[in-house]
Structure formats: C-alpha cells, structure tokens
Design a protein around this ligand. Structure first.
Ligand code: 13P
Length: 125
C-alpha cells in the first residue's frame, strides 16, 4: 500500500514527530512511502525509505494527484498549513479533489492521520 506524506513548511515539524511516532507502522513491509520533495528529504534524514516527487511548489502535489488518479497511491497524509498562502494553491486543491473523486482516504491534520494509520495497522503485514 502506497501512502503519500506531504507537509507545508509550517507543519513539517508536526509531520516529523508524527512519522517518528508511527515508525513501526510506516516501516511495515506492506507499506511504501512517497512524498513531495522537501517533506521526503526530511523523512529520509530520519531513516525512512521514501520515493521523492518534486517539491510542492514545483509540481509535487500534482505528481501525487496523478498517482492517486492512477490508483497507485492509496492514502494521503497532507498536513496543510491553513493559515498560509501558497503559490501552488491550484495544485493543492487538485490533490484534495482527486482524493475525493477516487475515494482515497485523505487526512489533513494529525488527529485524522493517526486514526487512519490505526485503521490500517492490523490489515498491513
Ligand atoms: O508544498 C507542499 C505541499 O503543497 C510541500 O512541498 P515540500 O514537501 O517540497 O515542501
């Protein structure tokens, strides 16, 4: 199962804490991680194996949206900064929309992301 992790700059610290806390689940054999560029480097720096897309503002969200649409990415954990402005807002909205179009679980905050991971924990090897 491919899970995408994405975090805006103001949420990167939260994402780092979240993935470290959930390392046991996220490192399972049946789970692979993809990420936007900077979020991915951050995860790699603390020992995760992550396939990195472009950075968000350069098209990374759009690349992940493409993978969701193709049925490759099965879950998106996207810690959005609800207080900031982003030059690539259209790409961000596209990713959210494509998740809804394809009924792919999408968490935009830590509380929901935690529930999603708990929901799949027993199902993934
Ligand atoms: O901008 C982003 C998501 O919209 C995140 O991109 P980075 O992980 O490259 O910072």
């Amino acid at each position: 199962m491919e899970i995408a992790i994405v975090a805006h700059d103001a949420k990167k610290k939260e994402m780092l804490e979240f993935i470290k806390k959930n390392k046991a689940i996220l490192s399972k054999e049946g789970i692979s991680l993809i990420a936007t560029g900077t979020t991915g480097s951050m995860a790699q720096d603390v020992g995760f194996e992550v396939k990195r897309m472009l950075s968000g503002p350069l098209g990374g969200d759009a690349q992940i949206a493409g993978r969701v649409a193709e049925g490759k990415t099965a879950m998106v954990l996207f810690f959005k900064d609800p207080l900031g402005k982003h030059p690539h807002e259209p790409d961000i909205n596209m990713l959210l929309r494509v998740c809804d179009v394809h009924n792919v679980p999408l968490a935009t905050n830590v509380a929901t992301a935690q529930m999603l991971l708990q929901a799949i924990d027993s199902e993934v090897k």
